[in-house]
Design a protein around this ligand. Sequence first.
Ligand code: ADP
Ligand code: ASP
Ligand code: MG
Length: 557
Amino acid sequence: MHYKRTSNRPLESAHGVPSADPLGKSNGNSGGLAKRITTRVVHLNGNGRTNISLPDGAMNTSEVYSERLPQHPPEHEQTCVKATESLRIMKFGGTSVGDADCIERVVEIIRSSSPESNLVVVVSAMSGVTNKLIEAATRAEAGDRETVAAIFDGLRKQHETAAGLLIHSVEERKQICQQIEEIIQEGEHLCHGTILLRELTARTRDAISSLGERLSSPLVAAALVSRGLAAKSVEATELIVTDSNHGAAEPQMEETRECCEARLRPLLQRGIVPVVTGFLGATAEGVLTTLGRGGSDYSATILGAALEADEVIIWTDVDGVLTSDPRHVSGASTIPEISYLEASELAHFGAKVLHPRALRPVMRSDIPIYIRNTFAPERQGTKITPGGSQDCEGVRALTAMSDVTLITIGGPATVGVRDVLGRTFTTTAAIQADVLLISQSSSQNDISFVVPAAHAKCTVEALRREFAHDLAHKEVDHIAVNPNVAIVTVVGENMRGTPGIVGRACGALGRKYVDLIAIAQGSAACNISFLVARKDMKAALLAAHEEFFAQVLPRSK
Ligand code: ADP
Ligand code: ASP
Ligand code: MG
């Protein structure tokens, strides 16, 4: 079975329709890039046939939109070009594009920003869609045809309803619905293959889970066009070149830069707003990959670094980075400015507002990142800068992670057995388990560490294999697992050199009878993590928040 990713196909070669996209011209003379852009076939199984055929004359809708921009005919192109050279990347998360009303807000934000600077827009899947796609993939592996069919029917309706409300021209609505149908059918075919094989490879999982962004991007582009803005949907398979680590792919920045220059710059020069699919990329061979859950933030900063943007704005459903997750701490307040390091520590320790790797691409170029609220665009949000601000006494924010597991290895017999530590972490490294926190008593009586719950099973299995002989001979007493834990972390660059933070945190938790299982502090002292029982996580967050933030930070405007 072959699945042709039709919406990526260069239009002129696919359907004999001339494209206004200068890419068509650059294709021929840019070596590796041409190969990359024309590699469109995702091989599930190699019999050389295409499963999805387009109706005669059907076109990629987003290409059609770029062809039909009445206010941007080629002879007037210069009028679209901004007076300024400045470039902003604007990423809109799932709730920001959650339904037609939300997309209307997004259109307004883009419309009001577009005279000021050139814009590249990055969109997530509509809220909840990626979860549904992953469920469809998982159910397909289990052979559950009915659930898979129901999920795709629901997704079809959801996107068609939004298109119906957003796109007023009958002709254009028809085209976008046709594009939605093609992508939904692609998902159904991928799930069909999975049902037949009863096997879900990482590659197929990526192909299915990324369909949401491939649905939302043409929808948002079409909404912009139907409100008179020049916009064009672009799939990030054409832009972000990654390694082949499916589910957590890493960008290859040089190649990505080349692709972004060739594909996006010409659009920007013509005053067209590219609307890029977040979350996904492709290997140099053209195989689709994803950047990990929440990865559209990462897409935005990768594009920001690749295009040397002036700023990246992450539009979401909260006012910025808050002193804690507002779902847990109602009194959390917006932090006006925070450093790269603080923001990435927060993200690493569970603050979902930013993807944990999102700051990596911009760190070298010092591009500021803003987190702003799509539903309150008048508020200033949070600015993330290399140095942050000095206006806090130590703790900048708190975060928590509950989907984690504590693994303890040891027992009295391990005292003095020098290689337990080395073998433990060689084992976790070999299976690429993320070790979030380590705590060890000086006698090596017990080594405790925490991994994401998703990595727990394979970590324990690997450790039991590694220590099979030692367990049999009682040299290692036990490998114990506790899934009922949570990590609460305090973060702040100014904690370095501020004595008493651990004492204050422990005191606050103690007053609420929260028992501490372990504590870990990095030598950089930018974060201190407290391991508590999962049932105590909220109480711990509230207690620590009250201790460190009662009346400290003003709410941003
Ligand atoms: P999007 O769909 O826009 O990417 P996410 O759900 O991924 O949005 O991230 C935004 C959510 O992050 C917020 O709704 C909030 O509940 C959560 N969050 C966790 N920690 C923080 C924090 N410190 N500041 C702000 N939001 C946080
Ligand atoms: N849609 C993807 C997810 O839900 C990526 C993102 O929203 O950033 O994980
Ligand atoms: Mg997110």
